[in-house]
Design a protein around this ligand. Structure first.
Ligand code: ADP
Ligand code: MG
Length: 375
């Protein structure tokens, strides 16, 4: 039987929970030509949200074309420009013949070819001879506007894990070029989303950086427990199994409504249940959830120093004043410089997030595991 719970892939429309307001906002901004920077910790559902919202938008408005670029594993500027050009061209026309024509028309000196993988999917390959010649780079960045203008369409360029581009050696000069070309475009909107909050904020909220005020920054929230519960109960029921609202609520609370973990934990409970969920199953499958994720937690914590582990212990105990003398002494947090550095490192490496006036673990299952191991 196909599982009603999905994780590790983008959720499709049927198993997509709510986010009505997020979807509306994204569609409204982007179709009105306002760029959006969407930020949340990883695995809360940004990629899924953008995908679903953009699919809706293309259904509602036939002049909208969307392209998706994943910056996560981009290693060079040339690679980025290559996939940027390829995706922009591919989204703007529906047939291979037209795409090849478009390459010839809009990108001079570029030889297009089509690679067919496993007789299944076809990819457009562009032989961009990028010598990092300024004009050529500018041409590629200008591509969406030129195509959109020629075809009288609106293009939305979605770049996932945008902050990874900032790690490219040539990012600074690329950043300036992107901003200067993109800010004048009329028929193109950009949606950048990313999981590294501090990097995203550096890029978009720092007055000295080119992308400052490039568009609307949105902080995506978690899906509320009240939204998850009906989804979980219904998903069990439609596959002939029973879970009570209280039990579904327990799943949500245990994983603090973290999207990926709600799905993963629900899946583990669902597979272990033949007719109705018992509290014993809930308990046993939580252990399984922790066990499955343990190798990742272990490798994440491998290189932590003693004072960093000490800081995580203080945070586990709910301490917010990490510089207070009593806390420093009790947990052994080290001298003030060490404390400042460790705060920064733990945030940068995604262990914790800074909230209003305290720190919180980013990963709710890591928190449970850490408590078991270190407290
Ligand atoms: N709206 C949603 N409804 C149901 N499940 C979701 C939703 N958004 C995210 N998820 C779950 O969380 C997982 C991670 O989502 P993803 O979009 O990849 O997050 P991100 O891009 O923020 O890292 C998905 O595989 C899915 O299991
Ligand atoms: Mg993602």
């Amino acid at each position: 039987m196909k599982s009603p719970f999905q994780y590790g892939t983008l959720v499709d429309k049927e198993s997509f929970v709510n986010r009505v307001e997020d979807r509306r906002q994204l569609k409204d901004f982007l179709s009105a030509g306002i760029n959006v920077m969407l930020i949340s910790p990883r695995r809360w559902g940004k990629s899924s949200l953008v995908k679903v919202a953009m699919n809706e938008l293309t259904e509602e408005n036939k002049r909208m074309r969307i392209c998706f670029i994943d910056a996560f594993s981009v290693k060079t500027e040339a690679e980025f420009l290559q996939s940027f050009a390829r995706e922009v061209i591919s989204c703007a026309s529906s047939t291979w013949e037209k795409r090849l024509e478009d390459v010839k028309h809009f990108l001079t000196g570029v030889t297009p070819s089509i690679t067919i993988k496993d007789n299944m999917s076809e990819t457009l390959s562009l032989d961009l001879k990028l010598g990092f010649e300024e004009r050529q780079v500018m041409d590629i960045l200008a591509l969406p506007e030129r195509i959109a203008e020629a075809k009288k369409i609106h293009i939305i360029v979605c770049i996932d894990e945008f902050q990874q581009l900032a790690l490219l050696p040539s990012y600074q000069s690329l950043e300036g070029k992107m901003r200067s070309v993109w800010q004048t475009q009329q028929r193109v909107s950009y949606c950048f989303y990313g999981s590294k909050r501090h990097m995203m904020l550096d890029i978009f909220n720092k007055a000295s950086n080119p992308f400052y005020r490039f568009g609307q920054v949105l902080f995506m929230q978690k899906i509320a427990k009240e939204e998850w519960i009906p989804f979980i109960v219904h998903s069990f029921r439609k596959t002939g199994k029973e879970i009570t609202e209280e039990q579904a609520g327990y799943i949500c609370e245990t994983v603090k409504c973290h999207s990926w973990y709600v799905q993963q934990y629900s899946f583990f409970v669902w597979t272990a249940t033949s007719t109705s969920v018992s509290d014993e199953i809930l308990k046993r499958q939580l252990c399984m959830l922790i066990d499955t994720n343990m190798p990742m937690f272990m490798s994440d914590t491998e290189n932590l120093t003693a004072s960093q582990v000490a800081m995580l212990r203080a945070i586990t105990d709910g301490k917010s004043q990490l510089n207070a003398e009593a806390v420093v002494t009790k947990y052994g947090l080290g001298n003030p410089q060490t404390i400042t550095r460790n705060k920064r490192i733990l945030i940068e490496r995604d262990f914790v997030e800074k909230q209003e006036d305290a720190f919180a673990f980013t990963d709710p299952i890591f928190e449970i595991w850490f408590r078991e191991q270190y407290m």
